[in-house]
Design a protein around this ligand. Structure first.
Ligand code: HEC
Length: 104
């Protein structure tokens, strides 16, 4: 019984993370891709890459833009339209993108 409960708990956790990533992908496609690229590699020279960035960091920055603690005209406006759960989903999506790096 205990094992079954743990299994269910694990499945629920995994399921919701995958759901977050998918929902985040869809939202980022419409709200962020113009500047940060479809898979988080920036298309604007002054926008940072978000692919593979720690979800916890992205989450914190979006909250800071939303509250005004971090100032940037464009990002302040964009973050104000995001709810807590949208921030979590979008952060999960960008954080889930695999990146490889290579030293020159
Ligand atoms: C119109 C262009 C534009 C759009 C659209 C846009 N961004 Fe940005 N974003 C920027 C720019 C420019 C910066 C750099 C701002 C700064 O210097 O603080 C930035 C910075 C960020 C940062 C900080 C990254 C870091 O390394 O600290 C995050 C996180 C971010 N954007 C997430 C998003 C998300 C999520 C969306 C979609 C909901 C989005 N942005 C939409 C232009 C954009």
């Amino acid at each position: 019984m205990k094992k079954l409960f743990l299994l269910l708990l694990t499945c629920t956790a995994l399921h919701s993370y995958a759901d977050d990533v998918e929902a985040g992908r869809a939202k980022a496609e419409t709200a962020c891709a113009l500047c940060h690229g479809r898979i988080g590699v920036a298309t604007l020279p002054n926008a940072p890459n978000l692919a593979g960035q720690q979800a916890i960091y992205i989450n914190e920055q979006l909250r800071n833009y939303r509250s005004g603690k971090r100032q940037n005209e464009v990002m302040n406006m964009i973050a104000k339209q995001l709810t807590d759960s949208e921030i979590a989903q979008i952060s999960a999506w960008f954080g889930s993108i695999k990146v490889t790096v290579e030293a020159p």
